[in-house]
Design a binder for this molecule. Structure first.
Ligand code: HEC
Length: 178
């Protein structure tokens, strides 16, 4: 082997390593900021799984729904009239939680975060947006995590089978092991 060859190979791999380090550092600096900040759950890592087939969870969730959600989202999950039209001051009226709404478009973890934090804080913490106005307040001070999972499990338990299947796919799209 010519002496120059060895040098070339070395400088080639040094270049490769420098490149890799650059990609790593650049990649990390471009990654979204940590989502959890000072919250008691790790919003970035915790994956929530609803339990719509667990009758005890669903029974608890039905009670929570009546007490905490029905006043806005409707006793039969029907939502408020004209919920699709934006309000003049910003935000929307409470959407239905049945299959005519878009609750089932969102994965379990996101539904949990919106319910726990409220729409405004959720947008700030998870989406880094401070321009969102909403009457959907958070329940982190009034409901336990288990109660939030229960109420969302109850909501899912009311969906027809094909919507449940669609929602399972939404979950799996985000978290393949879901
Ligand atoms: C004071 C009225 C009010 C109460 C009470 C309320 N919500 Fe809401 N909720 C809203 C409004 C308004 C929105 C629409 C937010 C927006 O898009 O601006 C909403 C949106 C949501 C969403 C997002 C749905 C989607 O498809 O984007 C979820 C999930 C949700 N609420 C769950 C709950 C749960 C669970 C409860 C009870 C524990 C509850 N809400 C209680 C007003 C309320």
């Amino acid at each position: 082997m010519k002496p120059g060859m060895k040098f070339k190979i070395c400088s080639g791999s040094a270049l490769l390593i420098t490149g890799l380090v650059f990609v790593l550092v650049y990649g990390i600096s471009q990654a979204p900021a940590p989502l959890a900040q000072d919250m008691d759950m790790d919003m970035a890592k915790d994956i929530i799984v609803l339990k719509p087939e667990d009758l005890r969870v669903v029974a608890l969730g039905a009670r929570v729904y009546t007490e905490a959600c029905a006043s806005c989202h409707g006793a039969n999950l029907e939502g408020e009239d004209n919920w699709r039209e934006p309000l003049t001051g910003g935000g929307f009226r409470a959407p239905p939680h049945d299959e005519t709404g878009h609750t089932w478009h969102h994965p379990d973890t996101q539904l949990f975060q919106i319910t726990k934090l409220g729409r405004v804080k959720y947008s700030e913490v998870v989406m880094n947006r401070t321009d969102i106005k909403s009457d959907m307040l958070g329940f982190e001070d009034t409901l336990s995590d288990a109660e939030i999972i229960a109420v969302l499990s109850y909501i899912k338990s009311t969906w027809p089978p094909h919507i449940k299947v669609q929602h399972d796919l939404v979950n799996r799209n985000v978290h393949p092991d879901h």
